[in-house]
Design a protein around this ligand. Structure first.
Ligand SMILES: *[C@@H]1O[C@H](CO)[C@@H](O)[C@H](O)[C@H]1NC(C)=O
Ligand SMILES: *[C@@H]1O[C@H](CO)[C@@H](O)[C@H](O)[C@H]1NC(C)=O
Ligand SMILES: *[C@@H]1O[C@H](CO)[C@@H](O)[C@H](O)[C@H]1NC(C)=O
Ligand SMILES: *[C@@H]1O[C@H](CO)[C@@H](O)[C@H](O)[C@H]1NC(C)=O
Ligand SMILES: *[C@@H]1O[C@H](CO)[C@@H](O)[C@H](O)[C@H]1NC(C)=O
Ligand SMILES: [Zn+2]
Length: 285
């Protein structure tokens, strides 16, 4: 969450990168000087902490705090096809911002209500998967993160980040739907915008897709829960994580568009590939 905009428009400008928090540090995924093995040094606060994300979820062991709950979420506005504001190439991810105040999340074992700010994605390359969380060592092709901030703080970033559950992140795995192309329609619509945001800093309007359309088919009553962090510098330990057990199914040709369309910089820069952080130590979680 990087250059933090402490304005009323906070929901539109907050969390520009994957949700890296207040980071002034030049971090990256692939250069030896700034890749994730260096974050605990170049951003020691908080990337060198003890409740970092992502983690490998040991489903079969039913770790403390990680058993699948069965408490229902209430998703408000997830069916609103006008709730998405802009789709952006941040140079580190593809992010979609929500119009302020349109989406909310509560229930699901969360202690209070949260406002949804944005979602963004993590992916691999044509031959290698790129989810951030893994389940019993399995890495999925992609992962979608919906970032939500505790409503009582009204977008006050300092307060959000001081609260160990100031942010609620919802993680959805994306798997290949074999035997199809261009499916589902919502993902065809979403990925159709990638060609307009090939370079870092570019953005496009997005409309006609709801959050429900994108997560359609996922049973949201089955999920893993643990306390962790942002997965990009400064890795603030202010996140209550929900990772859904079931995945979103998307055709391989649409998944592949991410690693072959958007670039980390201008038109002569490399494509954005393998944009995920390595799994972190559980440290007793
Ligand atoms: C990350 O950087 C370190 C050195 O800082 C290097 O040893 C390692 O190979 C790099 N890893 C990747 C995946 O680039
Ligand atoms: C990171 O934390 C570990 C354990 O607390 C410590 O040994 C190490 O020196 C720290 N590294 C940095 C770069 O702060
Ligand atoms: C894809 O990423 C994997 C994992 O980093 C790497 O080993 C492989 O060489 C990459 N493949 C291509 C085609 O870049
Ligand atoms: C896809 O976009 C078109 C307009 O471009 C819209 O009419 C349609 O409803 C959208 N479908 C889905 C499933 O989002
Ligand atoms: C792309 O960026 C690089 C490095 O910042 C720069 O040297 C190059 O001139 C740019 N190329 C174009 C086509 O803008
Ligand atoms: Zn993320």
């Amino acid at each position: 969450m990087h250059p933090l905009c402490l304005s009323v428009l906070v929901l539109a400008c907050l969390l520009p990168v994957a949700f890296s928090a207040g980071s002034s540090v030049e971090w990256c995924y692939h250069l030896p000087s700034c890749n994730d093995s260096t974050w605990p040094v170049i951003a020691a606060h908080f990337c060198n902490g003890s409740r970092q994300s992502p983690i490998n979820i040991k489903a079969s062991l039913k770790l403390k705090q990680m058993t699948p709950f069965l408490q229902k979420f209430t998703f408000t506005g997830f069916n609103d096809e006008a709730a998405m504001f802009k789709i952006k190439n941040t140079g580190k991810t593809v992010k979609v911002e929500f119009k302020a105040g349109t989406l909310k999340v509560s229930g699901g074992g969360l202690s209070t209500a949260y406002d949804s700010l944005q979602f963004h994605l993590h992916w691999g390359n044509l031959s290698s998967p790129g989810s951030e969380h893994t389940v019993d060592g399995k890495r999925y092709p992609m992962e979608l993160h919906i970032v939500n901030a505790k409503s009582i703080y009204n977008g006050n970033i300092a307060k959000i980040l001081q609260d160990s559950e100031g942010l609620a992140a919802l993680g959805f795995f994306i798997e290949v739907e074999s035997g199809t192309t261009d499916q589902p329609a919502s993902w065809r619509n979403l990925t159709a915008h990638l060609g307009s945001i090939t370079e870092k800093g570019q953005y496009a309007d997005i409309t006609g897709i709801s959050m429900d359309d994108l997560i359609s088919g996922v049973d949201t009553t089955s999920y893993y829960r643990y306390l962790g962090s942002l997965t990009t510098p400064n890795c603030n330990e202010a996140v209550v994580w929900t990772v859904f057990k079931n995945s979103i199914k998307v055709s391989k040709n649409l998944i592949d568009l991410f690693s072959t369309t958007v670039r980390v910089g201008n038109s002569s820069s490399p494509f954005m590939t393998n944009v995920y952080r390595s799994v972190q130590f559980l440290n007793g979680r």
